[in-house]
Design a protein around this ligand. Structure first.
Ligand SMILES: O=P(O)(O)OC[C@H]1O[C@H](OP(=O)(O)OP(=O)(O)O)[C@H](O)[C@@H]1O
Ligand SMILES: NC(=O)CC[C@H](N)C(=O)O
Ligand SMILES: [Mg+2]
Length: 479
């Protein structure tokens, strides 16, 4: 096994996404605790910071109560803080930073005070023209309080609002300027607005509970608050929820849709449905396809928790090789977990996962994970399985080799840290110490979702639906 793979012990894994949630109770009921539970269900999408902003639609126009901080949802909010967040309309956010550093100032939702009152905004995704837009705004006197791309969106909406009659029109005009990936929830004193970029990179759905409308990144958050799924927001669509119910503007729904295929492979929770396709079913399908592409004789199929488990079940269903559990995951390891230093004997992967020795001893194991990014996880756990007495370890990956950076909301390392950039599959197999290694093929990806659904697979192919930016998207404002 190649030791170099462990040099970057600090940086295993994929760095997540963001999650957005919004609710407007037309009957005037309090919404803070629903936002809290909605965010709790979306915690897997971002663990750096979180926040809630609420307002009372019957109260003074423009009064917003907000609280945000670094940390997990249950670390940041206490019953006392939630009790103070009174209001019947509100938005929430869980963040994994993609543009702008991970800091308290950059936590979302953003709340802006301007001449028309207040504006709250929660954003999932990443703009590719944020730096140039920000410069243009700064040269006309704008002052920014954060270094995130999301503030550029908020600023544009506020500016456009001065020249048009309604905040949803301002959102529409801002959408004509911003480029990239965004699922947005905007809160004005009397309206809750959801917007999805015309490519539809990121998910956003609408639900309803009694007389309250809910917007959320994933359907699992609707379930958590007892809301019924109504529909996905369409790519390019703006939905406005006001005292009369829901109004839709689909005039920007004219792009070739490029939903992020990695949402199905890794990001989203398996109990969510995104654009009509169950995430769980697509992972089962990925496992079945892997079994057809890369069969091997073995005694047991195991998944790397959590996101490898469903594909492992699919592989087992396709082959009739028993599905088992080889790893126990420590559920208390979050992104805020202090990773061991390189010269310490502990490793972050071993702290996260341990092997069930009695299950794997003397067995030929097929180990399924959803992806190999830097290779740290696979190398460690193949080694752990072998040390526990596994006779053979065949690694199967339920996605194609991850070779190219993402500019649209996934914070992944630059090409030189991606193990599949510059290494053949045989070299990777050797580096992770597996007896065999097989990936899904790009050509089979359409089978993970419904026929005819179009998607972005830029991280596997380098073909992006729009020209990627030349500059570092984290931005010069961070230097
Ligand atoms: O090759 P690497 O750089 O090690 O990254 C690949 C791993 O990262 C992800 O898991 P992650 O540990 O982020 O979280 P999970 O527990 O949600 O699967 C992914 O599921 C792979 O297991
Ligand atoms: N992961 C995301 O969706 C991040 C949203 C936004 N770009 C930020 O950095 O806060
Ligand atoms: Mg994993």
């Amino acid at each position: 096994m190649n030791q170099n793979i462990f040099e970057n012990e600090f940086t295993d894994g994929i760095h997540e996404e963001c999650g957005v949630f919004g609710i407007y109770d037309l009957d005037g009921g309090e919404v803070a605790s629903s936002i809290y539970y909605g965010l709790f269900a979306l915690q897997h999408r971002g663990q750096e910071s979180c926040g809630i902003a609420v307002s009372d639609t019957k109260g003074p126009k423009g009064k917003v109560l907000a609280y945000k901080d670094m940390g997990l949802v249950n670390e940041v909010f206490t019953p006392e803080t939630l009790d103070k967040l009174n209001g019947n309309i509100g938005i929430g956010h869980v963040r994994y930073s993609t543009a702008g550093s991970s800091s308290r100032e950059n936590a979302q939702p953003l709340v802006l005070n301007y001449v028309k009152g207040t504006l709250g905004i929660a954003h999932n995704g990443n703009l590719i023209n944020a730096i140039e837009l920000r410069k243009e705004l700064e040269y006309t006197g704008a002052i920014f309080q954060t270094t995130i791309d999301s503030e550029v969106i908020a600023y544009h909406i506020a500016r456009e609002r001065l020249n048009c009659g309604a905040v949803e029109q301002a959102v529409a005009r801002a959408m004509d300027k911003i480029k990239g990936a965004y699922s947005l929830i905007v809160m004005s004193p009397r309206k809750l607005i959801g917007a999805r970029d015309p490519y539809g990179f990121k998910p956003l759905c609408v639900g309803k509970r009694d007389n309250a409308y809910v917007l959320a990144s994933e359907t699992c958050a609707l379930d958590a608050v007892g809301a019924e799924f109504i529909r996905d927001v369409l790519p390019g669509e703006i939905v406005t929820i006001n005292s009369d119910g829901i109004v839709s503007d689909t005039s920007r729904c004219n792009q070739k849709i490029s939903r992020c295929i990695f949402e199905y492979i890794y990001f989203a929770r398996p109990d969510s449905t995104f654009d009509g396709v169950s995430v769980y079913n697509s992972r089962i399908m990925a496992g079945r396809l892997l079994a057809k592409l890369h069969p091997v004789e073995a005694d047991l199929v195991v998944g790397v928790p959590e996101s490898g488990n469903d594909a492992a079940l699919g592989y087992s269903l396709e082959t009739d090789i028993p599905y088992g559990k080889a790893f126990v995951k420590n559920n208390y390891v979050g992104r805020t977990f202090i990773k061991p230093k390189q010269n310490q004997r502990e490793t972050s992967v071993r702290i996260k996962l341990n092997v069930l020795k009695e299950v794997v001893k003397d067995k030929r194991i097929i180990m399924i994970d959803d992806s190999i990014v830097r290779g740290t996880t696979s190398a460690r756990i193949v080694g752990m399985l072998k040390a526990a007495g596994a006779k053979e370890v065949h690694v199967r990956i339920s996605s194609p080799p991850f070779k190219y950076p993402c500019y649209f909301g996934t914070d992944i390392p630059s090409g030189d840290q991606l193990i599949a950039t510059g290494h053949t599959i045989e070299e990777i197999r050797n580096m992770i110490g597996a007896d065999s290694l097989g990936y899904l093929e790009v050509e089979t990806l359409p089978e993970l979702i419904d026929e005819g659904m179009t998607f972005c697979d830029g991280c596997f192919t380098g073909n992006y639906p729009m020209e990627p930016p030349e500059d570092d998207i984290r931005g010069e404002y961070e230097r």
